[in-house]
Design a protein around this ligand. Structure first.
Ligand SMILES: *Cc1c(COP(=O)(O)O)cnc(C)c1O
Length: 383
């Protein structure tokens, strides 16, 4: 056997033995937060399409129309000929939603963080990152070549102490955090983080992938902290907006430098027209229907009250079960009851903190939320 296949095969065997093997499973996403898997219809609590917009008739029609007008793909990098007019329309709308001067759209949220951080930090600079920040913030930090120091989750005292110790020896400093933590659902204290950053000439980067569309009438987590200074407001079009793509909102100067220097913008093809058009249609719906944007959080709160968990701060509710096997078993049992609640295991979450991650959607029927809560309560008690 080829040494490469021996290496990969052995590694797969070890991961499987530790319940850490991951296998994508073909899933047909139906309307109304339902999915079809292995011939079964399941109510999904594992999609980030919080408002059900991926299947919204207006969003789908906008995507179809964009394909007719602009074609299926952008054809080149945005800096060559891939900068179709829908992108600047989308950037204007996102900047307006976020209350910033400007915005730049990327191919995905992951690409946005992977390009943003190295544009503003390099060797000689410092990146302080929340220990639970999303993998793509870590990837961007690592690509930059700057010194990376993690701070304890949401611990502004720890952050301030690290800045007191290390800020003076670095040229620039970036503080990177999720606005809504993707696996825990809690919010970053953006007001306190901003105050610490302002006092230490550090630049705050908040990743609002799970806030936009579902918090503060859709404006996202930063809008809950109106006094916070957040010069890098990053997010995704791939979750509540029901489409695909990523963005960074900020000042004209910040966005201008990204457009001319970010490698994940320059050396990759522009976002497909249909994805941009779908996101624009989703923004129309979000701006017109504030009551819709409030539903996922309201449903998450009804669920945490019913299960006896701390009140949800976002549409994401973690149910921490410990070992990977326990989380997989619980997930399988829920599947037998008609619910898709995917188990989240290391390395996505720390060792010993495998969990069910329940993501609430505007489409979830209240009676089904109550039935799921009855089942989940059993796991919480058993632990
Ligand atoms: C999903 C996610 C991303 C990545 O966004 P994509 O558009 O899916 O690449 C970035 N940050 C956080 C916190 C996320 O949850």
């Amino acid at each position: 056997m080829h040494s490469l296949d021996t290496y990969a095969g052995d590694k797969l065997d070890r991961l499987e033995a530790a319940s850490l093997l991951r296998r994508p499973r073909p899933t047909q996403r139906l309307t109304g937060a339902y999915v079809e898997r292995d011939g079964c219809r399941l109510l999904s609590f594992s999609c980030n399409d919080y408002l059900g917009l991926a299947h919204h008739p207006q969003v789908k029609a906008a995507a179809r129309a964009a394909i007719e007008t602009h074609g299926a793909g952008a054809g080149a990098s945005r800096l060559v000929t891939g900068d179709h007019p829908l992108l600047s329309q989308l950037e204007t709308r996102l900047a307006r939603l976020k209350g910033t001067e400007a915005c730049v759209v990327f191919g995905s949220g992951y690409l946005a963080n992977a390009g943003l951080i190295p544009t503003f930090a390099g060797p000689g600079d410092l990146i302080l990152i929340d220990e639970l920040a999303h993998a793509c913030l870590w990837a961007g930090a690592q690509l930059s070549g700057a010194r990376i120091i993690p701070f304890a989750h949401n611990d502004t005292d720890h952050l301030a102490a690290l800045l007191a110790q290390h800020r003076a020896s670095a040229r620039h400093a970036i503080v990177a955090t999720d606005g809504v933590f993707s696996m825990d659902g809690d919010l970053a204290p953006l007001d306190w983080l901003s105050a610490v950053c302002e006092a230490n000439d550090a630049w705050l980067l908040s990743d609002d992938a799970h806030g936009v569309g579902v918090l503060a009438q859709g404006r996202g987590s930063a809008a809950l902290f109106p006094d916070a200074q957040i010069p890098f407001q990053m997010g995704t079009l791939s979750k509540a907006l029901g489409s695909y793509g990523g963005y960074v909102c900020g000042s004209q100067a910040v966005v201008g430098l990204i457009k001319t220097r970010a490698r994940t913008l320059i050396y990759t093809t522009g976002l497909p027209p249909a994805a941009a058009a779908a996101a624009l249609a989703a923004l129309d719906i979000i701006e017109a229907e504030p009551a819709l944007t409030a539903l996922p959080l309201a449903k998450a709160r009804a669920s945490t009250a019913a299960v006896g968990l701390p009140l949800a701060a976002s549409p994401i509710v973690p149910v921490i079960l410990g070992e990977a096997e326990a989380a997989l078993d619980a997930s399988q049992a829920l599947e037998a009851e008609g619910f898709l609640v995917v188990a989240i295991r290391p390395p996505t979450v720390p060792d010993g903190q495998a969990r069910l991650r329940i993501a609430f959607s505007a489409d979830h029927p209240d009676a089904e939320i109550a039935r799921l809560a009855d089942l989940v309560r059993h796991y919480v008690k058993a632990r």
